[in-house]
Ligand binder design. Structure first.
Ligand code: CA
Length: 223
């Protein structure tokens, strides 16, 4: 588990780093908002502890841009401010939790554990390919902020594509997996379904996710 701490108070940053390391987390520290954003935007962390008042760039602006870039790493905000408005602004900007300074390390650790647990659960139930998400519990799909309505068969197809991203799927494999049936060659049932799905997923988006592999089948690509 890798934690990014973005905190300009050197002494506090050091205490947090040591404390987390004693709990066997891997910790990296950024001392200003710009450095924090550039590390956080790699998406290489399991959790980010983000101070609000930072040099170069404040925590709320870092949080908003991460959110806009669909970096979904859980974020716990730290702040010296304790007003309700600040708390609401932080949570509205996409923070998962909020802690007001001064706080005890034990309390921070408890919150961090809870967020990591929640995020592990979400990771196991939400499939993601680029900005497309499929929630396997709620049975909901969305691309960016757009909710996508799917029929049962389209849902099954989409799930199969997302679980096999960057892999070419032949019509035979798709028909066996999704219909439990091998269609006679000559029918275009699969192509019709995939074209419907493709227009729901890709229409209006610059980056297309479902691609035709000529003469072979289809592939979902994440880049
Ligand atoms: Ca600060």
């Amino acid at each position: 588990m890798k934690i990014l701490v973005v905190e300009d108070e050197k002494k506090l940053a050091k205490v947090l780093k040591q404390g987390f390391e004693e709990e066997h987390y891997i910790v990296e520290v950024a001392f200003d908002g710009e450095q924090g954003f550039s590390l956080a935007s790699t998406g290489n962390y399991d959790l980010i502890v983000l101070d609000i008042l930072l040099p170069k760039r404040d925590g709320i602006s870092v949080l908003k841009e991460l959110h806009a870039k669909h970096i979904n790493t859980p974020v716990l905000l730290l702040t010296a401010k304790s007003s309700v408005e600040d708390k609401v602004e932080g949570l509205d900007s996409g923070a998962d939790d909020y802690l007001t300074k001064p706080f005890s390390f034990e309390e921070l650790l408890a919150r961090v554990r809870l967020l990591l647990k929640r995020s592990a659960y979400e990771k196991s139930t939400i499939l993601k390919v680029a900005d497309l998400q499929l929630d396997l519990v709620a049975h909901k799909a969305k691309r960016g902020d757009k909710q996508i309505e799917l029929t049962g068969r389209e849902y099954a197809l989409l799930q199969y594509f997302m679980q096999n991203v960057n892999r070419v799927l032949t019509r035979t494999i798709i028909s066996e997996q999704i219909w439990n049936y091998n269609f006679d060659t000559g029918t275009n049932v699969i192509d019709v379904y995939i074209n419907h799905l493709r227009s729901k997923i890709d229409d209006g988006f610059e980056i297309k996710l479902i691609h035709t592999v000529r003469g072979v089948g289809y592939m979902m690509k994440d880049d």
